[in-house]
Design a protein around this ligand. Structure first.
Ligand code: HSE
Length: 384
């Protein structure tokens, strides 16, 4: 197998390193030689002997010897061109590019089908945690009723720090930036867009359907305050940025929102930059995947497993239903904090200082809004 890696940043370098160190063992698995022929990047990096350095991705995708093109540059412009051209040239493709898959899966998969090549993208969700393959393979006996997860490590790190170190949002963000966790475009993390890319991919795989990405309601963590975290804690909850997808009576619901999760449940114990994905299935019931969602070797682990997969198995048939709009997930229990007195059904209520805090039974958001009227409120969903 001849491999060309395009993008030699953190994950690209990790991929090259694993392929070099584990070469012999991996070759035994697939009963063929694995040779990384190209490392393509704009800046020269030290490459193992025998790997050709190039700054031009065309050297890689136009080389007839190359079997697998590994795209690790990210973004949705040049990366898209590289992948589509590689597919057109009959190359199998492995990518970690979540934004690209979430926005352009339909076009890319159609090209892959048309050209009879494989495309795998395990590293796009949950770093090295195997969460993309299960929905396509291990869980196929099941109808997947619901997917929920903490899919963004940066925001989970910030929320964890706010809680454990008693910091406000800006202080915790500053520390996360110091660790290099926050994306160059911080909005991707903080406004839930990165988590939306990832839940899109999980939902697409689970429901064999393309979705209209722009119809996913996405809310980040900027408005979560220490005060709400303290109230949540008093009520036996933690606030987490939860991405969810489920089948509703009127279509598929997908959203990302700060959500109160019960402290005694497993998801609430996922702290720091860790990720978790829980699939609720009809036969298997609940299955949870937990681990590190980012990092050089963590993500490279998934990339390498996809590279090996191209040699081992039949390709996935991307026969998804046509793109459809996502319907809003409006029925939930809600946490409401307000200084007003509301006429509202509640399971839990308490007041502290000028605040009234309610946890409602499950209700439609429109019903809640009608009761809230003009009152200024902080509102979050409550899980379970
Ligand atoms: N910004 C992402 C995160 C990186 O924090 O999870 C991994 O996809």
């Amino acid at each position: 197998m001849i491999v060309g890696i395009i993008g030699l940043g953190t994950v690209g370098y990790g991929t090259l390193d694993i392929l070099t160190k584990e070469k012999e063992r991996l070759e035994k698995l697939i009963k063929e030689e694995i040779r990384v022929k190209y490392g393509c990047a704009l800046e020269n990096v030290e490459l193992p002997e025998g790997v050709i350095y190039t700054t031009d991705y065309r050297d890689v995708i136009n080389d007839e010897e190359v079997d697998v093109v590994v795209e690790l540059i990210g973004g949705t412009t040049i990366a898209k061109t590289i992948i589509l051209e590689a597919i057109k040239n009959g190359k199998n493709v492995v990518t970690a590019n979540k934004a690209l898959i979430a926005h352009h899966a339909q076009e890319i998969f159609e090209a892959a089908r048309h050209n009879n090549v494989k495309i795998y993208y395990e590293a796009s969700v949950g770093g090295g945690i195997p969460v993309v393959v299960p929905a396509k393979e291990n869980l196929v006996a099941n109808n997947i009723l619901k997917i929920e997860g903490i899919l963004n490590g940066t925001t989970n790190f910030i929320l964890s720090l706010m809680e454990t170190d008693n910091l406000d949002f800006d202080e915790a963000l500053h520390i996360a930036e110091g660790f290099g966790y926050v994306e160059a475009d911080a909005s991707l993390d903080l406004d839930g867009i990165d988590a939306a890319h990832k839940i899109y991919i999980l939902a697409m795989n689970a429901y064999e359907t393309f979705f209209d990405f722009d119809s996913i309601k996405t809310e980040g963590i900027r408005k979560v305050t220490k005060k709400d975290m303290d109230y949540a804690k008093q009520l036996g909850y933690r606030i987490k940025l939860i991405a969810q997808a489920k089948k509703l009576d009127n279509g598929y619901g997908i959203d990302v929102a700060p959500t109160l999760v019960k402290k005694k449940g497993m998801i609430s114990h996922v702290m720091q930059a860790y990720n978790v994905v829980e699939f609720t299935c009809d036969y298997l019931d609940n299955v949870i995947f937990y681990g590190k969602g980012a990092g050089r070797y963590v993500t490279a682990s998934a990339v390498v497993s996809d590279i090996i997969k191209t040699a081992r198995e039949d390709k996935w048939i991307h026969a998804y239903a046509p793109k459809q709009k996502v319907v809003p997930i409006t029925k939930s229990r809600y946490y409401v904090r307000t200084t007003s007195n509301l006429d509202l059904d509640y399971d839990i209520y308490f007041s502290e200082g000028e605040d009234n805090v309610y946890i409602t039974p499950e209700m439609e958001r429109s019903v809640l809004d009608a009761h809230v009227g003009d009152a200024v409120c902080q509102i979050f969903k409550v899980r379970g």
